[in-house]
Design a protein around this ligand. Structure first.
Ligand SMILES: [Zn+2]
Length: 103
């Protein structure tokens, strides 16, 4: 287990998680429930963290993270067909329920 990234909020953590998953890297989001829901102010100073399972993936994961941090933020948002959660416009998988996002 290796801590790759501390995200500002849960959807951001899942953007990174999605990108890692597409590259075949096993990863997980920790602390996602500590930071409060989307649009709420966090009531603790705990932010969601993205951890990768295999230390061997660190190099590739760091490169993916760098790509993510360089690209402009996604414009607009889409709502999940299953749970109606708001997702960033370039999401394919809902950060909340894992269902397909309409777009
Ligand atoms: Zn959903």
């Amino acid at each position: 287990m290796h801590k790759l990234y501390v995200a500002a909020n849960v959807p951001e953590a899942y953007i990174v998680l999605n990108m890692l998953a597409r590259a075949g890297i096993e990863a997980r989001v920790l602390n996602e429930h500590a930071a409060g829901g989307m649009g709420e102010l966090p009531f603790t100073h705990t932010y969601p963290e993205v951890w990768i399972d295999e230390d061997a993936d660190r190099k590739l994961a760091a490169r993916i993270l760098a790509d993510y941090q360089q690209r402009p933020p996604a414009t607009g948002s889409v709502r999940c067909r299953q749970c109606n959660a708001e997702n960033p416009g370039d999401f394919e998988i809902c950060w909340q329920c894992g269902g397909a996002v309409s777009g």
